[in-house]
Design a protein around this ligand. Structure first.
Ligand code: HEM
Length: 482
């Protein structure tokens, strides 16, 4: 290994010699499979968090033959995430899977100059001014959800919480990313969404697979995947073309794009943007991938946690009924005033981050803490460790939204919670996501009384790691409207 450069991800104690990753504490590993048999993919976040409890915030693990540095110290995690794009990248293995599937490159997996160019384009579509223009579309979708839940409440039917919230976020993000209305809440499934739903589990399966068999032999499931990817790419290319036609007929759309797709096209068309229609298409899909389940599951966790804390629920309801009582008249300014609901979101994301870990790969020899990290090392950033430690958040296990408000005092180390990541690659959709969350919560708390949020076995909600971390099988019961 060459000497670490002077710029490093987290300041080491220079008096001490650097530690080697192999020598760090970690679970006993078998030859070839390493620690893979000790991990279950659907609870990998929990398994690694438990290792951290046992072996400390800097530990090693073997994922098959790959040596992994696990980092759970929030300061070091923040330093690693902020050392991007130059010091760390998303793991190469994720983009290989996507490339092999003929995936169109999007922001999440882009690196280097491509990433910089695409990020500029996506940020143009996510600027506060742009989001203001989308606001009426968001409220329209919330009203559809309100009608659906009103019917369920009137008929005394339990609501599949995850399913309905996913429809809500699909209709919002797909609508903005496609530039056309999407209405899965009232009209059933959307074709593009259906392809996505088939593709997502395949991507997750391949990314975590120990052996890439599909490079040698294609099973029926792999051939179906090829067909789904081809159909999806054609459908999205068509959407880009339709949007271009609309913009050509009405040039004012370029100045004030009514949706994310047209905002991205307008930014792509600026001189020197460095992005093509293919990149625009790639980012339509990236928005769906990155923006749907993340937001839907965050709202699910939030409703679950609020229902279990009646005083908190009452305070959130009081705020909504005082400041934003009527969905039909929601304004963006009202949503910005919902400080307590916002604090409930921050608190839910502290305890239940839907992205509980972020893997990255070192692009050059570097140092994390007092550990020498050679280029190419996989670094597994654990996002939920300090966030649930009393040293950083007093009474850390307690759901206490007040800690995010001025009245919550300085005792909380708020920087330790990074539900949207950190640094230049932090989530570009966070403002939109918080708006969606507030709109959904204000609609629920302003229009209904919650009678119960049930788990399948009546116990604590279980965490399931899929594309993101979700609660298993929550159902919402609403009181019948008066
Ligand atoms: C509560 C909802 C959401 C959560 C918790 C969330 C969380 C995250 C996290 C943790 C990352 C990785 C950041 C990093 O590496 O530092 C990320 C990246 C990303 N998110 Fe979100 N996200 C949410 C909603 C959204 C929405 C609504 C969109 C878009 C419509 C979106 C688009 C993206 C994109 C494109 C990236 C990749 C950014 C890049 O690599 O430059 N996310 N998100």
């Amino acid at each position: 290994m060459s000497m670490p450069p002077l710029d490093h991800a987290a300041t080491p104690d220079i008096a001490r010699p650097l530690r080697q990753i192999r020598r760090l504490p970690g679970p006993f590993a078998l030859p070839i499979v390493g620690n893979s048999l000790q991990i279950k993919l659907t609870r990998i976040h929990r398994d690694v968090e438990q290792w951290v409890q046992r072996y400390g915030p800097f530990m090693r693990a073997w994922f098959g033959r790959t040596l992994v540095l696990v980092v759970a110290d929030s300061e070091a995690v923040g330093a690693v995430l902020r050392d991007r794009p130059d010091g760390f990248r998303r793991p190469l293995s994720s983009s290989v899977v996507s490339d092999e599937m003929g995936g169109v490159p999007g922001l999440f997996l882009a690196e280097g100059t491509e990433w910089r160019n695409q990020r500029r384009m996506v940020m143009a579509g996510m600027a506060p001014g742009a989001i203001k223009a989308y606001f009426p579309a968001l409220v329209t979708v919330a009203q559809r959800l309100q009608r659906r839940w009103h019917l369920a409440a009137t008929q005394g039917q339990a609501i599949d919480l995850d399913g309905d919230l996913k429809r809500y976020t699909v209709d919002i993000i797909a609508g903005l990313a496609f530039g056309t209305q999407v209405n899965t809440l009232e009209s059933g499934e959307d074709v593009i969404q259906r392809h996505m739903d088939d593709i997502l589990p395949a991507v997750a399966r391949r990314s975590l697979s120990m052996f890439p068999y599909w490079r040698y032999v294609k099973l029926p499931v792999d051939r179906r995947l090829d067909r789904d990817v081809a159909a999806l790419s054609a459908a999205v290319a068509d959407l880009v073309q339709q949007a271009r036609t609309r913009m050509a007929h009405d040039p004012a759309r370029r100045e004030r794009p009514p949706n994310l797709l047209e905002a991205m096209i307008a930014a792509a068309d600026l001189e020197g943007s460095g992005v093509t229609d293919r990149n625009v298409a790639g980012n339509v899909l990236t928005m769906l991938l990155a923006g749907e389940d993340t937001t839907a599951n965050t709202v699910s966790w939030m409703i679950y946690l609020l229902q279990r804390h009646p005083h908190t629920l009452a305070r959130a309801r009081e705020e909504v009924r005082r400041l934003a009582p009527d969905v039909a008249r929601f304004t963006i300014e009202q949503m910005e005033c919902l400080d307590y609901v916002g604090a409930c979101a921050s608190e839910a994301m502290r305890l239940k981050p839907v992205a509980p870990f972020l893997p990255v790969e070192a692009l050059r020899d570097t140092v994390i803490g007092d550990i020498a990290v050679p280029a190419g090392t996989l670094v597994w950033c654990v996002m939920r460790n300090d966030t649930v430690a009393d040293a950083h958040f007093p009474d850390a296990q307690v759901f206490q939204p007040e800690r995010w408000l001025a009245e919550g005092g300085e005792a909380n180390n708020k920087r330790a919670s990074m539900p949207f990541g950190a640094g230049l690659r932090t989530c570009p959709g966070r403002y939109l996501a918080l708006l969606e969350i507030k709109i959904a919560m204000a609609m629920l708390l302003g229009s209904f009384d919650i009678a119960g949020v049930d788990t399948p076995d009546g116990g604590e909600a279980q965490e399931l790691m899929g594309f993101v971390m979700s609660p298993i099988g929550l159902t919402l019961r609403l009181a019948r409207p008066q």
